[in-house]
Design a binder for this molecule. Structure first.
Ligand code: BG6
Length: 484
């Protein structure tokens, strides 16, 4: 299968925070790969903007080092790197002052797409938007990209939306949730809406429950000061897990169109029940043999922030009434894996005598690593001995199924940045979606803060606190094992 790369129109992409960590790790390597694939034609420029005083040469050196560090050696050659470095420019700007803005204005070209990536603290969004406007750097066709965290509660998210709305229309604002850029996350929509097979069964009548797991092996060391103010609920559930839940639970949009898709996601968020604290387990990892514990990682011995959360969530609408969604995510767990597991109900009547070994149909969609799908079905055990049933997986690894294209899956950031240039907002969060997600999250956080409980300790390298097992056991269910 040959992949099709459709070049985008020429653009000027300004990265505020162009010398920051996200730019180094994700944005610039992602742009490099798109350049390498031929998607960035002649005339595309990337302009780093930050406080650091640097000249063009200095910035190109910085980016060249980032590519050496974050693009594997076999995936870059000198000539392409040189070509990419030639697209780079740099301006030193002061977000809160006047310095550098005239230079930036002077650098922008007419007749090309202008995109501005706000890879900076949200506290600077307003200042940057204001300066861009004052200096006439943006126009009606310009786009801005903003990163998470988009607020830390409903009030702050509303304030950010209001600040941006002063100078930009909603159609110009691209709120990134990088989970939406992951290949398999988009595949959720393809699986559901490009096949007749699943949709008739996709409801509470046939689905017993859904599990969404995002497990990580890393701790929070290095990001402690940010993380300790967020915790798993704000860092992962309010955004990434919520988006996964929406894609699994939403009604078919009438069209694969930004607002049609986002309207349906919004309806799911609004249909979420408030979650009683009994349906939530919060955990905090303790020290292991080789790693410090959470409290040490964040340098706050009294911290009550959770590095793990498991919860039972109900979507109150006709389709899902009675089918629970169990979400869990955490740091320092047994394996790095993200997957969605849909467990179907038992057939209404069994014509077979055998009860032992009987299993429900389970559809597992693996988001990472080893992206793929696995459907467990019952068949007759081969050979004589009567009708004995056994479970077999219908397994599809995307890497196997798609050959080279399956292993060379673009990183989420690459895809999302190109979508910004193409002007396609389907995989970005709309302002009302973000606000609705906070409106659901806020009372949950307020309730546990009021109760003041410490999160349950859990050992690193495990599946999280024991109590999380009980969350399912008491419903007669069990979590899928966390493994790569
Ligand atoms: C980020 C969170 O948004 O997503 C991190 O802030 C988390 O805490 C990361 O580690 C997970 O992303 P991925 O793509 O590695 O699953």
């Amino acid at each position: 299968m040959v992949s099709r790369v459709i070049p985008v129109d020429p653009f000027d992409l300004v990265i505020f925070g162009g010398t920051g960590d996200l730019a180094r790790r994700k944005i610039l390597p992602g742009l490099f790969r798109r350049f390498q694939s031929g998607q960035m034609p002649q005339g595309c420029r990337v302009i780093g903007a930050a406080r650091t005083e640097l000249d063009e040469g200095g910035y190109r050196k910085f980016v060249s080092e980032a590519l050496t560090e974050f693009v594997p050696e076999g995936k870059r050659d000198e000539e392409t790197v040189r070509g990419f470095l030639d697209t780079l420019f740099y301006v030193s700007v002061d977000a809160k002052g006047e310095g550098g803005w005239k230079d930036l204005a002077g650098l922008m070209r007419e007749g090309v797409i202008r995109a501005f990536y706000f890879s900076v603290a949200p506290a600077l969004f307003g200042d940057i938007a204001e300066r861009l406007h004052e200096h006439g750097i943006t126009n009606r066709e310009s786009r801005i990209v903003v990163e998470k965290p988009f607020g830390r509660d409903l009030e702050s998210a509303r304030a950010l939306n209001a600040v941006l709305a002063r100078h930009f229309d909603e159609t110009q604002i691209y709120r990134i949730d990088h989970y939406l850029g992951k290949e398999t996350v988009q595949n959720l929509m393809a699986v559901r809406f490009a096949n007749i097979l699943f949709e008739p069964l996709w409801n509470a009548q046939y689905i017993d429950h859904v599990q969404i797991t995002v497990a990580e092996t890393v701790g929070v060391g290095g990001r402690g000061s940010y993380y300790d103010k967020s915790g798993a609920m704000r860092d992962m559930v309010q955004n990434h897990m919520m988006q996964l839940l929406c894609l699994i639970a939403m009604e078919p949009p009438y069209k694969f169109d930004p607002d049609a898709v986002r309207d349906e996601k919004l309806k799911v968020i609004r249909a979420l029940d408030a979650v009683p604290l009994d349906n939530i387990v919060r955990g905090q990892y303790v020290a292991g043999q080789d790693n410090p514990g959470y409290l040490e990682d964040v340098g706050n011995p009294a911290s009550r922030t959770e590095s793990y959360i498991a919860m039972k969530v109900q979507v109150s609408n006709w389709r899902w009434k009675g089918t629970p969604f169990y979400l869990r995510t955490g740091k320092r767990l047994r394996a790095r894996t993200s997957e969605i597991c849909v467990t179907f109900k038992e057939p209404p009547h069994s014509i077979f005598e055998q009860e032992e070994g009987w299993r429900e149909n389970v559809l597992v969609i693996r988001l990472q690593p080893n992206e793929g799908m696995n459907l467990k079905v019952m068949i007759k055990e081969p050979g004589p001995g009567g009708m004995r049933l056994t479970e077999v997986p219908l397994d599809m690894s995307f890497a196997d199924a798609l050959g080279e294209n399956g292993t060379d899956i673009p990183d989420a950031y690459e895809r999302l940045i190109m979508d910004v240039i193409r002007g396609n907002q389907t995989l970005f969060m709309r302002g009302d979606e973000v606000e609705a997600a906070w409106a659901w999250t806020d009372p949950i956080i307020a309730a546990w803060e009021a109760r003041g409980e410490r999160p349950r300790p859990y050992d690193p390298g495990t599946s999280g606190p024991e109590d999380a097992l009980m969350l399912l056991h008491r419903d007669g269910r069990r979590w899928r094992e966390i493994r790569e």
